[in-house]
Design a protein around this ligand. Structure first.
Ligand SMILES: NC(=O)c1ccc[n+]([C@@H]2O[C@H](COP(=O)([O-])OP(=O)(O)OC[C@H]3O[C@@H](n4cnc5c(N)ncnc54)[C@H](O)[C@@H]3O)[C@@H](O)[C@H]2O)c1
Length: 263
């Protein structure tokens, strides 16, 4: 164990999949690594089974972690979670916001209005409420790091999943404006833009054949796993990125820079 996050308190929202005996999510793995590197963790999510299981395992391993049920679209859930973090650990230094839901297969014509609102709310209302909820305590500490998990879909689009792509583009732009507003408080706000990654979010859609097809479109010739994305998240969360704010960190294996195979 290194001490990269010694003394830091991190709220990781959408990080329930942090149990290594199951498929990891990348926010989940980031939470696990922060705890292993000396940090104290709160995981917020709506998946109570995965969240409780992950935190039980962390505690058995001697790590400092707590799970709380919270819905990112609820302002009162955010304030209760932040209050609980402060009463448990006395401070808040890092917030990673990774909650997301898909609208795979939907075109503009087929997307129900409720589905559009749901996708936009989880991502865009979630990042807005979350940022507002954490900046107060971060200011008191003399700074902090907010990492918003966007997607390479903020840069490119498909012939479907319009709400998802639109919400992700909004996320990267929101991070820029938050970086400007909170820069004087030494609060950094950045986005990570993951490419295709095998996690619980994609495991239903990514069978072996589909992953092989996707890999041909990736310059690095493979679909990512959680560790490929946790590295960039942890970099932005850490003091190694102390002069990085308002930035987008693409972790897509090169996909968005490539026009695709020419044959
Ligand atoms: N896996 C990929 O290929 C990929 C690529 C780009 C972006 N992303 C995004 O990365 C993020 C993390 O996903 P992951 O792939 O690590 O999978 P994941 O399933 O581990 O993470 C998503 C989490 O969000 C939680 N969540 C959903 N709605 C919520 C709500 N209203 N309130 C609180 N939590 C909620 C889920 O319960 C889940 O634990 C997601 O936003 C996803 O859209 C994933």
């Amino acid at each position: 164990m290194n001490n990269r996050f010694e003394g830091k308190v991190a709220l990781v929202v959408g990080g329930a999949n942090a149990d290594e005996s199951h498929l990891l999510g990348f926010a989940g793995l980031s939470a696990l690594e922060i705890a292993r590197s000396g940090g104290k963790i709160i995981i917020g999510d709506i998946d109570d089974e995965a969240g409780n299981r992950s935190v039980d395992k962390m505690k058995k391993a001697g790590l400092t972690a707590k799970y709380v049920h919270m819905d990112v679209t609820s302002e009162s859930d955010w304030s209760a979670t932040v209050e609980m973090t402060l009463s448990l650990y006395g401070r808040l230094d890092i917030m990673i916001m990774a909650a997301g839901i898909p609208d795979r297969g939907e075109t503009i014509d087929t997307t129900e209005v409720d589905k559009w609102r749901q996708v936009m709310d989880v991502t865009n209302l979630g990042m807005f409420l979350g940022t507002r909820a954490v900046v107060g305590p971060m200011r008191k500490n003399g700074g902090g790091s907010i990492v918003l998990i966007s997607s390479m879909m903020a840069k490119v689009v498909r012939d479907q999943a319009n709400a998802y792509a639109t919400s992700r583009a909004g996320m990267t732009h929101f991070a820029r404006s938050a970086a400007v507003q909170y820069g004087p408080d030494n609060i950094r706000v950045n986005t990570v833009l993951p490419g295709w990654t095998l996690t619980p979010f994609t495991s239903n859609a990514f069978d072996a054949e589909w992953m092989e097809r996707l890999a041909k479109r990736v310059p690095l010739r493979r679909v990512a796993d959680a560790s490929d994305i946790a590295g960039p998240i942890l970099f932005l969360a850490s003091d190694e990125a102390k002069y990085v704010t308002g930035s987008e960190l693409l972790a897509d294996g090169g996909v968005t820079g490539w026009i695709g195979p020419m044959d």
